[in-house]
Design a protein around this ligand. Structure first.
Ligand SMILES: Cc1cc2nc3c(=O)[nH]c(=O)nc-3n(C[C@H](O)[C@H](O)[C@H](O)COP(=O)(O)OP(=O)(O)OC[C@H]3O[C@@H](n4cnc5c(N)ncnc54)[C@H](O)[C@@H]3O)c2cc1C
Length: 372
């Protein structure tokens, strides 16, 4: 007896959100096509995923139970993948690695550290002891680090991780079509256009993972950018560092890019800026603030960092937070998955599992959120 064809799901977008959703949908047996204007390897201000640091350091507020859960799920999933890679050398490498992650505060700690029981090896650090002691020695009194903590956390080699997700999805039969979906005929028109592009007839469901462009694709005016600038330097730092400053939107961070021999230094958060131009004074500020954190990377002939590139990306933020929910649009079931702002990687596993559950709810009336 011929087996029943699996429902066909069309995923719009090939950033970390679309790729993880496509992979998980394929893993539970859907036929999946991804249509996107930008694919892994491409660079554009409209495509945020290649510009991320990226590491796991949750942005979820204590009362945001949904985002907390997404982030904890991603942390656990990444740790499990790393364990599997260790025991099975034939598995493709995700480009993720676990490091000591340090958190430094020059001001009183205002964030709620709800996440400490969920991460490996959380501990308070004394500013009177190494590694903070040496960092403080070079700082003026007003900037000295007064509180510090550490835990084990994950850094992501972003270009490698995007290709890894795409390859795993491809291996399960996911088809990738590089095309820009026209948005001039409204959202329903965009969905119909996506179906025409794939040539596979009416899809059983859609995932709208179009990042910052959701503002135009589905007309969500709550979507806005948070610009971030980073500097890629030679040398792979031995640990992760995040230094929270006094000013909102200001923190210095160092994120080794696993296996690449390079490290991302950051960063900035400038809300509402719709351009991705590099600012020279910001580059200098980032390099200055990161000096004390990763002295092992000061390998330039002048005693400074060896800069590889400087870049900016637009984090896809949304008033009210990320939108992961289903809706019927002109008879088509759409699961939205956009607006993850500065946490798209650490949200990705939990968010994509929710997408799978919501697709099932629309198609079968049966919302089962799988733990893949
Ligand atoms: C400097 C910086 C540092 C960051 N650091 C971290 C970090 O440490 N940890 C973390 O978790 N996150 C981090 N982020 C955030 C993270 O990068 C984003 O949340 C995430 O990349 C968003 O992914 P996405 O898939 O939702 O969107 P995107 O990656 O932007 O993907 C959108 C997709 O939609 C497609 N698309 C849009 N419109 C159309 C159309 N009309 N037709 C066809 N395709 C279309 C695009 O081509 C693209 O494929 C950082 C971001 C920046 C900028």
């Amino acid at each position: 007896m011929a087996s029943k064809p699996s429902p066909h799901i069309l995923v719009l977008g090939a950033g970390v959100t679309g790729l993880t959703s496509a992979l998980f949908l394929a893993e539970v047996g859907y036929g999946v096509t991804v249509v996107a204007a930008h694919m892994p390897g491409d660079e554009s201000w409209e495509y945020t995923s290649p510009w991320a640091g990226a590491h796991w350091r949750t942005h979820a507020q204590a009362d945001d139970l949904r985002m907390r859960d997404w982030d904890v799920q991603t942390y656990d999933y990444w740790c499990e993948r790393l364990d599997q890679e260790k025991t099975d050398r034939s598995l493709p490498r995700a480009g993720i690695k676990i490091y000591d992650s340090h958190h430094l505060w020059s001001s009183p700690v205002r964030e709620d550290l709800w996440w400490t029981p969920y991460v490996k090896d959380f501990r308070q650090l004394s500013p009177e002891q190494e590694p903070v002691l040496s960092i403080n020695a070079a700082l003026p009194a007003a900037k000295k680090i007064r509180h510090a903590a550490a835990n084990r956390s994950v850094a992501v080699n972003v270009p490698q991780y995007l290709r890894y997700l795409q390859n795993r999805a491809r291996a399960l039969g996911v088809v990738f079509v590089k095309a820009r979906i026209p948005v001039s005929e409204g959202f329903a028109g965009a969905l119909a256009a996506a179906e025409r592009i794939t040539g596979k007839g009416q899809a059983a469901g859609f995932v709208n993972a179009t990042g910052i462009s959701a503002r135009w694709v589905c007309g969500d005016e709550g979507v806005y950018p948070i610009k971030g600038q980073t500097v890629l330097v030679k040398g792979e730092a031995e640990a992760l560092w995040t230094w929270l400053g006094e000013q909102a939107g200001r923190s210095a961070y160092c994120i080794p890019r696993p296996g690449s021999g390079m490290t991302i230094l950051g960063g900035t958060k400038a809300a509402g800026i719709w351009e991705a131009e590099v600012e020279e004074d910001v580059t200098e500020r980032i390099l200055r603030e990161c000096r004390g954190l990763v002295p092992e990377l000061m390998t330039g002939v002048d005693g400074g960092f060896e800069v590889v590139s400087v870049q900016c990306g637009l984090r896809p933020a949304r008033v009210g937070g990320a939108r992961v929910e289903g809706e019927w649009v002109a008879g088509r079931w759409v699961v939205h998955a956009y607006g993850h702002a500065g946490g798209g990687y650490q949200n990705s596993v939990g968010s994509a599992r929710e997408v799978v559950g919501l697709i099932g709810e629309g198609i079968n009336g049966d919302r089962v959120t799988p733990r893949l």
